[in-house]
Design a protein around this ligand. Structure first.
Ligand code: SME
Length: 151
């Protein structure tokens, strides 16, 4: 499915207020994983209360041991403090990286803002080397804006 169609599907799915937020976010992760062939694992991390750490939220793909990530650690923890997208074409070239699976080759993390505050992020792993482009960044920024509207 094209990113244009996926934007529509994601918006429709998130607007369904008969389902819980948790259920909508899980469905969203499943949609993205199913429809973008190089998205191997799709999940959300959110700031854990007032602690300087991230907690795993809804996801699609293999379960991960990394359910809590301190700010500053790994790609996710770095985005929690930088407030910027982090595109990693080759995870083996990163020193500050938390491996979830030996098959993962690349990762993209895009922060999620609510009222200007960085409250979490969408994290995508790929088993394909260097697959992410600016199109993914724009698409995932859009997705996060839509998610922020229902939080
Ligand atoms: N690789 C991430 C950890 C989360 S897993 O990809 C699900 C990181 O370095 O922060």
């Amino acid at each position: 499915m094209s990113f244009e169609n996926l934007r529509k599907e994601a918006s429709t799915l998130l607007a369904n207020d008969k389902a819980s937020i948790e259920a909508r976010l899980t469905e969203l992760c499943e949609l993205l994983k199913a429809e973008v062939d190089y998205y191997t694992w799709v999940g959300f991390y959110f700031k854990n209360g007032d602690k300087n750490e991230l907690k795993l939220g809804p996801f699609a793909g293999e379960p991960t041991d990394h359910t809590i990530i301190p700010f500053g650690k790994g790609i996710c923890g770095q985005v929690a403090v930088s407030n910027k997208n982090f595109v990693v074409p080759d995870v083996s070239a990163q020193d500050n990286y938390i491996a979830c699976s030996i098959h993962v080759k690349a990762e993209i993390v895009v922060p999620l803002f609510k009222n200007g505050e960085n409250i979490g992020q969408i994290d995508i792993d790929s088993n394909v080397p260097d697959p992410f482009t600016e199109e993914d960044e724009r698409f995932l920024e859009f997705v996060n804006e839509k998610v922020a509207e229902i939080l």
